[in-house]
Design a protein around this ligand. Structure first.
Ligand code: MLT
Length: 262
């Protein structure tokens, strides 16, 4: 079922009486990147996904977003749907949102799943890359930006292994509104660093990273997991930065086992 909450397009699957899990997608993707996880979980969990403000079918507005606003959006969905301590699952930008949401109000959530993300804020080099990305969108257009950015998110061999999944997501990204994409870049560029608060996370946490993730590499993700007291860490084989999409069987098994042990 799809509904609108706080100008955001929200998708629910499964029985509301079951335990809930809320999925937060990466950049510049949409809720569809979680389809394979939702298919595997919806019989036993109430699965909620949504399009982050500015992306997919959610409200674009003026593109003036902050990470804090993304977190308020997440809280508004949890409140409106009356989710009782849902598991919170985020990939990359979704992980930035999840970490900030947990830092501020951990008591809202029952567990945390972090895929291919980081707690550090952008350094100067990262900020320059964001500025260049915005410039590229302004000068060459969204398609040129997507053609450069998205392939870097995937395992180098993805095109040979699963052409359809890759092509679908690449095409979907090219339809994103440039105002929304640039707004998300600014929100990421200006986000806070959540590293110091990792030691305070007390809910069970699953940390997953693609073996060939070059954006948030396994070594860095292991370091993140080590800072969280109650965490499990796994490297996803045959995957780059988009591990849930690239190796859904492995990722789904880990998520199902993690959730069933809670
Ligand atoms: C993502 O997958 O969400 C992006 O790689 C995040 C980023 O650009 O920092």
């Amino acid at each position: 079922m799809d509904i609108t909450i706080n100008s955001l397009k929200v998708f629910t699957n499964g029985n509301k009486k079951n335990k809930s899990i809320i999925f937060v997608h990466g950049f510049p993707y949409t809720h569809t990147m979680w389809n394979k996880q939702i298919d595997a979980l919806k019989d036993n969990y109430y699965c909620v996904s949504y399009d982050i403000r500015g992306l997919g079918e959610s409200y674009i507005g003026d593109g003036q977003y902050t990470m804090e606003a993304f977190v308020w959006d997440l809280y508004s969905i949890v409140d409106e749907l009356k989710l009782e301590k849902p598991a919170l699952c985020g990939l990359s930008m979704g992980g930035y949102i999840a970490l900030r949401a947990i830092t501020k109000e951990e008591e809202r959530f029952g567990s945390l799943i972090l895929c291919d993300t980081r707690s550090e804020a952008d350094n100067n080099e990262g900020k320059l890359k964001r500025s260049n990305a915005i410039n590229k969108i302004n000068v060459e257009g969204i398609e040129a930006f997507v053609d450069e950015f998205v392939p870097r998110c995937f395992h180098p061999k993805i095109k040979e292994r699963n052409n359809e999944t890759y092509q679908n997501i690449l095409n979907e990204c090219k339809t994103q509104n440039p105002i929304g994409v640039k707004g998300a870049l600014i929100a990421m560029l200006s986000r806070l660093d959540t590293t110091e608060s990792l030691k305070n996370i007390s809910i069970p946490t699953l940390v997953l990273v693609g073996k060939k993730d070059s954006l948030t590499p396994p070594k860095a993700m292991r370091g993140l997991a080590n800072k969280i007291k109650d965490s499990e860490f796994f490297i996803v084989p045959k995957a780059g930065h988009m591990s849930p999409l690239e190796n859904p069987n492995f990722v789904n098994k880990k998520i199902i086992k993690f959730l069933s042990n809670l």
